[in-house]
Design a protein around this ligand. Sequence first.
Ligand SMILES: Cc1ncc(COP(=O)(O)O)c(C=O)c1O
Length: 468
Amino acid sequence: MDISFLNVDGITIPEPPPYKIKTVEFTRIPTKDERTKILREARYNLFNVPSEAIYLDLLTDSGTAAMSDLQWSALMRGDEAYASARSFFNFRKAIQEIMGYNYVIPTHQGRAAEFLFFKALELGPGDYALSNQFFDTTHANIVNRGAKAIDLVIEDAYDVQKELPFKGDIDLKKVEQFLSDYPGKVKTIILTITNNSGGGQPVSLDNIQKLGTLAKEYNVPFFLDAARFAENAYFIKTRDPRYADWSIPKIARAMFDAADGVLVSAKKDCLVNIGGFIALNDKELYQKIRRIMVITEGFPTYGGLAGRDLEAMAQGIREVLNEEYLRYRVEQVTLLGQLLDKNGVPVLKPFGGHGIYLDGLAFAPHIPREQWPSQAVTCAIYEQGAIRATEIGSLVFAEKDENGNWIWPKLDFIRLAIPRRVYLLDHIFYIAKNIVELKDNADQIKGLNMTYAPPILKHFNAEFELVE
Ligand SMILES: Cc1ncc(COP(=O)(O)O)c(C=O)c1O
């Protein structure tokens, strides 16, 4: 691979990871002609591109991790009894030891945990839920119950270039104001760690603890959306000198101690391909969720999962606390960010934990908002190098006003999510090379006309054609 044109001055090549590879999965790069045809057939929606036609899949870091040999062997220990299986007790023990909560409820993935939680809280019209920034499924689960989801992340989070260590922090003043303006109406506060919608930015331990105190004062249940809790803990260790000597489990425990519980998509930091859970201390709420979940998720000791899935999660949640693993993961993402940044690609800073976010409006300034610039760049990235990224901008967040005109969100990103333990440094250089080459010819990227979009979660099913 010729990368001599890349400026590599001042980049940091990660020290090696604490693992080696035992199994490989073959991939192939389709030809340029094939890629052009596939994109057209997919109606310029990357969700429709068959994964076999993708060389590097950066669509998501969710459910895409490579499991370890210990996790694969844990699968064989799965106890598939319908109720009170041994695997459930192993799983619960791991979570109790790491997080310190008494009650643990498995669910088939994160959004199922959200659904059950909001139902048990009886969230309804006139109610509010507050967050630094809700992830789209959490937002959808709140709105689906007729309640309102309010994002109160610090204002600096919207400044793409501002380098702050904890850009995922919630604005505590705004939270306090909201709580006193709407007494009894805020049914829960959920802090997303790290903040996925805002670029994988971490939340400081101070912010978590102060929010915990505030929530207690107002008697509002305070939960962490802890899908990426270990990456958040690593950032606390490396960005806040007061915790430099603390172990990752100790920092993680301090985060959990400040909250009443967690909603978790295990498909991220539990290093598994499916799964989720709720963990909490409130017995009454726990019993209510147990009653509700039998209708949709199954008996409370398996929650829509097989016993072997519970074993894989129990092992994964222990493995993710390995500091050397976390160091390599964050450094790999940082390397990609540095390579792109130093070569003139507009990127969100500081670099997040699970991926790099490109500023779509700056990447293709010649494409008007009505022609979906970030989606156009996402398609061009695929055509360039068979790399699948995802749009996290207008396509996800734009809504229509009462006159049918689009209201565009402030930020328009293309996310390059890095799956855990899957790709090598060579792959990172391949991604950087292709995106830098594309950026150098960005004025050739064509806009898109939307030909179809469903009213909810339109990005999954939207269809486009090229503006010729
Ligand atoms: C922060 C966050 N919360 C919740 C979810 C939903 O989890 P799942 O995809 O397992 O339903 C995700 C998924 O990407 C997420 O990133």
